[in-house]
Design a protein around this ligand. Sequence first.
Ligand SMILES: NC(=O)c1ccc[n+]([C@@H]2O[C@H](COP(=O)([O-])OP(=O)(O)OC[C@H]3O[C@@H](n4cnc5c(N)ncnc54)[C@H](OP(=O)(O)O)[C@@H]3O)[C@@H](O)[C@H]2O)c1
Length: 267
Amino acid sequence: MQRTSVTKAVWERLLAVKSGTACLCCGEWSQGEREALALYGALAAPTRSLQLFAQIGQSLDGRVATETGDARDISGADGLAHLHRLRALADAVVIGVKTALHDSPRLTVRLAEGDHPARVVIDPDGRLPNDAGLLLDDSARRIVIQACDIQRPAGVEVIRLDREGWIAARDIANALSDLGFRKILIEGGCITIAQFLEAGLLDRLHIAIAPLLIGSGPQGLTTTPIPSLAQALRPETHTFNLGSDVLFDCILAENAPLAGVCPEALP
Ligand SMILES: NC(=O)c1ccc[n+]([C@@H]2O[C@H](COP(=O)([O-])OP(=O)(O)OC[C@H]3O[C@@H](n4cnc5c(N)ncnc54)[C@H](OP(=O)(O)O)[C@@H]3O)[C@@H](O)[C@H]2O)c1
């Protein structure tokens, strides 16, 4: 499998595609660079409609953390860089409150060039403390989705949604769309991703597999049980060699992104 090569030129092109100033079709690229453009191009290209993509980093035996919840180093260095690239291509990144409480992720872009996305935490009962790092003002938008009336610090936007059991994933997606977001990364954990997957809202699901065996701990995605494999989802899947990790890029819906601005096509 050809190693995906995200060179400086490739990444600059992808950021230009995201900002609507370049195309994906022109240029001389090596095979590895073409792999990178194929992997990230559809996520970078401007879209008029909402585009939701999720990423899971897991072990060879399908675990996403140890029994004590240690998930930080499951992905190798290239898998982590991939996650940061997804953040850079997203307008907003969504996590569930269990990940927020357990991992305290910063959700910033540090291993790639690019802007920090807005940070969104789904916290129905207001369990995330107001002094959590995620809510601190560092110029990124900070949003809490909750089903209760807990006050949040100044500058933190609150989306108050009703729920019957779960808050409907579609209500969350619509509320984020109303705030102007188009490209949304659902970063985890698996409970949160499963809600969007089962609602049929994910365009892409990235599963990055790293070569380690954990042997115990939470499994990756868990959805409503199915009686036979005939009901299993079998998305069109493309495989990429990231280096330290192998990525399965599952295409769940084609969002028909715009092709970008091609200077060659201009009169
Ligand atoms: N390997 C990876 O890629 C990766 C990525 C992220 C996290 N992790 C690991 O995964 C673990 C946490 O993940 P998790 O799957 O257990 O939990 P999670 O998805 O982080 O959070 C789930 C919680 O968020 C709230 N929530 C999410 N969606 C909701 C909805 N539609 N309606 C209402 N509430 C909603 C609920 O909060 P309440 O419980 O308050 O009701 C729910 O229990 C941690 O160990 C973390 O380290 C691994």
